[in-house]
Design a protein around this ligand. Structure first.
Ligand SMILES: Nc1nc2c(ncn2[C@@H]2O[C@H](COP(=O)(O)OP(=O)(O)OP(=O)(O)O)[C@@H](O)[C@H]2O)c(=O)[nH]1
Ligand SMILES: [Mg+2]
Length: 303
């Protein structure tokens, strides 16, 4: 097959500290929810792939966990996932939050980028522009440009959609010519079981506080499609008994809410009635144990 004249295809990674809006940007750019979002840092734990199909090309986005100082094995894994994507891409999209401004964690991200062996073109997303002024965004851009070479900087908002076309264009300009990587109807490569688990995890992130969302993992055990209903069995893992009590809540209210919100979203996706069976289990200190992390899908595949 000949590459159509001028057709471009390539990979790009959304990289940044936690909570700057990487996953929100991916969903907004694709016009489709492929990554979960919450107002708490460290929501994304895996590499999430999303394909943007354009008339003249294809951008394969990798959404990544926010880069931070890891405290235990799960966090080490998350940072490693993010850093690794830098090797595999044609273009890096550095995402910052122009409302909050630059923090120590942004410095960490900038350090990683500055230390890249082969330097990759960087596009800067000055995100959450809806919450502040262009002047402030501009001064943040200048500060970053003291440490890194930026090809294009674009003020963006994942909420209003401002700047997203421009961001996509800036990335596209930097891609090589080549064949599409994925078929036209493919938006993500995530397995169904993983996506369902993520939807449940998102509800836990949105409904619980403090250590609870961080101590939680979700594993979907069964998805059974019957004639007019889908039956899903899933486990919510926590690190200790007291957390199990919080997830279940007084007279089961919290677990009921998690189940209800998850089910509502799953029914919209499947267009079908969903029975969601949730169990809460204690897996002692799972975030610190390689074996448990592996069981829960948090491990790096061989390169
Ligand atoms: N106002 C506004 N809020 C935004 C924007 N982008 C993201 N948010 C909000 O910022 C919070 C974090 O968004 P996420 O997309 O989960 O951020 P992330 O960078 O993927 O975070 P991690 O997965 O934890 O690294 C959520 O509450 C979003 O709704 C934006 O452009 N404007
Ligand atoms: Mg995210």
């Amino acid at each position: 097959m000949e590459v159509p004249e001028g057709y471009k295809a390539g990979f790009t990674t959304l990289i940044g500290r936690p909570n700057v809006g990487k996953s929100s940007l991916l969903n907004a750019i694709l016009g489709h929810k492929v990554a979960i979002v919450s107002d708490k840092p460290q929501t994304t734990r895996n590499r999430i792939l999303g394909v943007k199909h354009l008339p003249n090309g294809q951008i394969v986005f990798l959404d990544t966990p926010g880069i931070h100082k890891p405290k235990h094995k799960l966090n080490e894994y998350m940072v490693e996932v993010a850093v690794r994507t830098l090797k595999d891409v044609d273009v890096v999209v550095l995402v910052v939050d122009v409302k909050e401004g630059l923090t120590e964690e942004d410095d960490l991200v900038i350090e990683h980028l500055a230390q890249m062996e082969t330097s990759k073109p960087i596009v800067l997303s000055l995100n959450k522009i809806d919450l502040t002024t262009l002047d402030r965004a501009e001064s943040i851009r200048k500060e970053i440009e003291q440490a890194l070479k930026i090809e294009t900087a674009v003020p963006t908002s994942a909420v209003t959609g401002e700047g997203l076309n421009e961001l996509v264009k800036a990335i596209f300009n930097l891609l090589p010519e080549g064949y599409p990587y994925y078929p036209e109807d493919m938006i993500t490569d995530q397995p169904e079981y993983f996506m369902v688990a993520e939807i449940i995890r998102e509800k836990i992130f949105n409904l619980t506080r403090q250590e609870i969302p961080y101590s939680t993992a979700v594993l979907v055990e069964k998805i059974e499609e019957k004639e007019d209903v889908i039956v899903i069995d899933a486990y919510i893992f926590v690190e200790k008994a007291s957390q199990k009590g919080i997830i279940i809540g007084r007279s089961g209210q919290m677990l009921k809410k998690i189940g209800q919100f998850s089910r509502e979203e799953l029914e919209r996706i499947y267009g079908k009635k969903v029975y969601l069976n949730l169990w809460v289990k204690v897996k002692e200190k799972w975030r610190r144990k390689s074996g448990s992390l592996r069981e829960l899908g948090y491990y790096l595949k061989k390169e």
